[in-house]
Design a protein around this ligand. Structure first.
Ligand code: SF4
Length: 379
């Protein structure tokens, strides 16, 4: 797979590699949240495919099922499914990540599977329940959930997942994360070798292509970065956090007015690759430990302090001048989190811009004005 076709993956839902994978008769299972254990899917020879909403132009179909008082990212992804854009999937894993995404389990069960052309009755639908606080009891709960998920996959697709398969998958996923962490180091240089748009495109592509392929592309890309000229014509070094961003054009608005997004705390970004899975001990226990204790999402209620400490480390290592926090309407988890960050960063004299938005970028002018004013304030 060439770098050019890899970096374009972010623009569309399906891609040439998904088509090739299907031609080989192999399974693809979609998932909504970065807490879904990709290792378990990969160990079963299944392609994990992160649900996105890029290509959506509206939510008119989805709104006939899911009220407009729901996250527009989730509604847009449902609208695409109702258009048949996700017909290449053989299954879907949903988690209680937030009150919006979790609805997808019921909606696919009662409104999509066997009702929509191309999504047949034998479509695999899985639910994983993740505790909201980090405790020993919670860890055992999640280990049970992941074990059940593995067994459910084996039954649904008539496959066997051995300990060796799991250990191999852990190595493959860790290699992918290590490559993304190495690339991140080139992003935080005084003269970064890549901008935020490119970094997000890479991260998205790794969630929509087989890890073995993305590892090949990322390792040759990493080599190419060493000879690349650094970026110096920017006005402010920015970190972006808040609700999910799966469309790089949103970051382009910031970078077109002179901001450079040198870091992020996003679930399609740093939060997705920062933590490795231990390669020793029982593989299912190691996978559970990694996902349960990784840099958390605001859905983990008792873990804000650890997230804020990590945010400060990211700000320090990347010499960030200002933070941008965005909240998709009705995304209460990130709304509360950004509000807390705003107060905490004020005490540290680090400027933060908090913005409410819809999933659809729409009126770019409004954002352009806000970002320009924020960058001027920092300058
Ligand atoms: S953006 Fe917020 S509301 Fe939407 S799926 Fe993510 S966490 Fe849930």
């Amino acid at each position: 797979m060439s770098f050019e076709s890899f970096i374009k993956v972010n623009k569309t839902i399906s891609n040439s590699y998904v088509e090739e994978w299907k031609k080989q008769g192999k399974k693809i299972v979609g998932y909504y949240c970065s807490y879904i254990p990709e290792e378990i899917l990969v160990s079963g020879g299944i392609l994990p495919f992160r649900m996105r909403s890029v290509e959506a132009e509206g939510t008119s179909r989805a709104d006939t099922i899911l009220s407009r008082f729901n996250c527009s990212f989730v509604r847009a992804s449902l609208d695409l499914a109702m258009q048949g854009k996700y017909n290449f999937l053989d299954g879907l894993v949903v988690m209680n990540s937030c009150d919006h995404a979790r609805r997808m389990y019921d909606i696919w069960k009662y409104k999509i599977i066997g009702k929509l052309e191309g999504i047949e009755e034998n479509f695999g639908l899985f639910f994983i329940s993740l505790p909201h606080i980090i405790t020993e009891r919670g860890y055992n709960w999640l280990l049970e959930e992941f074990t059940f998920f593995k067994e459910n996959l084996e039954k649904t697709y008539n496959i066997t997942i051995s300990e060796e398969n799991l250990k191999t998958a852990i190595k493959t996923l860790n290699e992918n994360r290590k490559l993304l962490k190495e690339i991140h180091k080139f992003r935080i240089l005084d003269k970064p070798k890549l901008n935020g748009v490119e970094a997000l495109k890479l991260n998205i592509a790794t969630t929509a292509t087989p890890k073995e392929i993305s590892n090949q592309v990322l390792s040759s890309y990493l080599q190419s970065l060493k000879d690349r000229e650094g970026i110096s014509d920017y006005r402010a070094r920015l970190l972006i956090t808040g609700s999910l961003i799966d469309d790089p054009t949103f970051l382009k608005i910031i970078e077109d007015v002179g901001g450079l997004v040198v870091s992020d705390l996003l679930c399609f970004g740093v939060r997705n690759f920062w933590d490795l899975t231990p390669e020793t001990g029982d593989p299912l226990e190691s996978i559970t430990k990694r996902y349960y204790e990784k840099i958390s999402c605001p859905r983990m209620m008792d873990d804000h302090d650890r997230r804020f400490k990590f945010l400060q480390e990211l700000i320090k290592e990347a010499k960030v001048d200002g933070v941008i926090g965005t909240r998709i309407e009705f995304c209460d988890l990130n709304g509360c989190e950004c509000m807390l960050y705003e107060h905490e960063l004020e005490d540290l004299n680090i400027p933060m811009l908090s913005l409410d938005r819809d999933y659809f970028v729409g009126d770019k002018g409004r954002f352009k004005t806000r970002f320009e004013a924020f960058i001027e304030q920092i300058e």
